[in-house]
Design a protein around this ligand. Structure first.
Ligand SMILES: Cc1cc2nc3c(=O)[nH]c(=O)nc-3n(C[C@H](O)[C@H](O)[C@H](O)COP(=O)(O)OP(=O)(O)OC[C@H]3O[C@@H](n4cnc5c(N)ncnc54)[C@H](O)[C@@H]3O)c2cc1C
Length: 373
């Protein structure tokens, strides 16, 4: 059993966890992506450029997996409530094939619109890329995401109105994933126990009441001897390699067309045949649409071979100030966590990946020896 209960200490439950086996020879790959942060919050807005109507939906920062479906629903509703009867609105273009573009396309298709996704990156079998490589076929940021359902790391608290939209987006998104889990129509969504050792104030500030379940202060131990105070709760984990592949297949099954295309400028987008265009280009939206409020928070992850029984999300801050966290995905155990502001290089870098790996290996090495009983 992966979460074994021991006698209480200081009136707190003590939970024994299987530690991940993190050694250099168990590293199987690297991931990097640009979290699309936007000052002022997610831009869900209509804009007329030339003779086209754009619906923008970008700026979800470090929370796009968690809130993407909700914001896509809001963008879709803005469009459908106004243009439902417009004769030229039956055929729409979606630019971008990350979480936001795929969710938007699914919603449009389910409501009868003819949808083409144009994107220069699409979902791949795995989200790996290689340090400092010239590989042009990098995965989308969406496929990099650890997939921890906590809607933070974007600007959701700047005004009361933005906060209200955030709460609605959270609830719509959470309900979507719970429905997916219930219907089992797409893989990769599961409830996961979270063991969070450092402060959870950011979670308290961002998660609307009732969405995170079974919260408890506990002690955890990896070796039966050392006890660590931790916050323990249940949230969802979305394993991008599985879920995004199934989401893309669901879009294809429902008739969404995919076109591999890169746009250098808005003028190139204006030459599309569709008159209604959803802009779901993540970080690139800032440059394409001249929005100075957008910048990346680059993230990198080192993927280790999974350890049987390690089926919980973990996060702590270590002595040197860095964070060590891991996400229990099906085929790999990605370990992070870094945030590099305004770094536009979407590739992993040797220096950062080494640092992430060494921090995690060092933190767990004392638990990877024979257990003391
Ligand atoms: C390391 C890491 C960990 C993360 N962990 C979490 C997490 O645990 N929980 C969470 O909620 N979120 C997490 N995130 C954040 C999440 O990944 C993002 O918020 C989300 O993926 C943004 O989705 P998107 O569709 O807007 O952007 P993207 O996935 O970047 O998709 C943009 C799309 O637009 C297309 N595009 C862009 N420019 C052009 C162009 N010029 N021409 C043609 N196509 C273009 C791209 O090809 C791509 O298909 C994490 C991110 C990182 C990097």
């Amino acid at each position: 059993m992966s979460h074994q209960e021991l006698p209480k200490v200081d009136n707190k439950r003590v939970i024994r966890l299987i530690p991940p086996v993190l050694t250099q020879d168990r590293i199987v790959g690297f991931k990097a992506g640009l979290r699309p942060f936007r000052r002022g919050g997610v831009r869900v807005e209509e804009e007329k450029i030339g003779n086209k109507i754009f619906f923008h939906n970008y700026g979800h920062g470090a929370g796009g997996v968690s809130v993407g479906y909700g914001y896509s629903t809001l963008a879709f509703s803005k469009f459908a409530s106004k243009y439902h009867d417009a004769h030229d609105a039956k055929k729409v273009a979606v630019i971008g094939s990350g979480y936001i573009g795929l969710f938007t396309s699914l919603l449009l298709r389910e409501n009868g619109y003819v949808v083409t996704i144009y994107a220069d990156k699409t979902i791949k079998t795995s989200g790996f890329s290689y340090p400092d490589s010239d590989d042009k076929t990098l995965p989308t940021t969406s496929q990099i995401a650890g997939g921890f359902w906590v809607p933070y790391g974007y600007d959701f608290n700047c005004t009361a109105e933005v906060r209200e939209i955030h709460e609605l987006a959270c609830r719509l998104s959470f309900a979507f994933f719970e429905k997916t889990l219930h219907h089992k129509n797409m893989r990769g969504v599961s409830y996961k126990k979270t063991v969070h050792v450092d402060s959870i104030d950011y979670i308290k500030r961002s998660v609307p009441n009732g969405l995170i379940k079974d919260y408890e202060d506990v002690k955890v131990t990896f070796n039966g001897v050392d006890l660590i105070d931790a916050h323990y709760f249940t949230t969802l984990l979305i394993d991008g390699d599985l879920f995004l592949n199934d989401l893309k297949q669901e879009c294809i099954r429902k008739g969404v067309q995919f076109v591999d295309k890169h746009f250098n400028t808005v003028n190139e987008i204006l030459s599309l045949e569709e008159n209604f265009i959803f802009n779901c280009t993540g970080c690139s939206a800032g440059k394409l649409f001249n929005d100075p409020n957008v910048y990346p928070l680059k993230g990198q992850l080192v993927a280790f071979k999974p350890t049987p029984g390690v089926d919980y999300f973990f996060r702590t801050q270590i002595e040197n100030g860095a964070f060590v966290s891991f996400y229990p995905q099906q085929d790999v155990l990605p370990v992070g966590l870094v945030e590099q502001k305004d770094d536009w290089d979407p590739r992993p870098t040797v220096e950062t990946c080494n640092r992430i790996a060494q921090n995690a290996i060092k933190y767990f090495e004392k638990y990877n020896t024979a257990p003391k009983l």
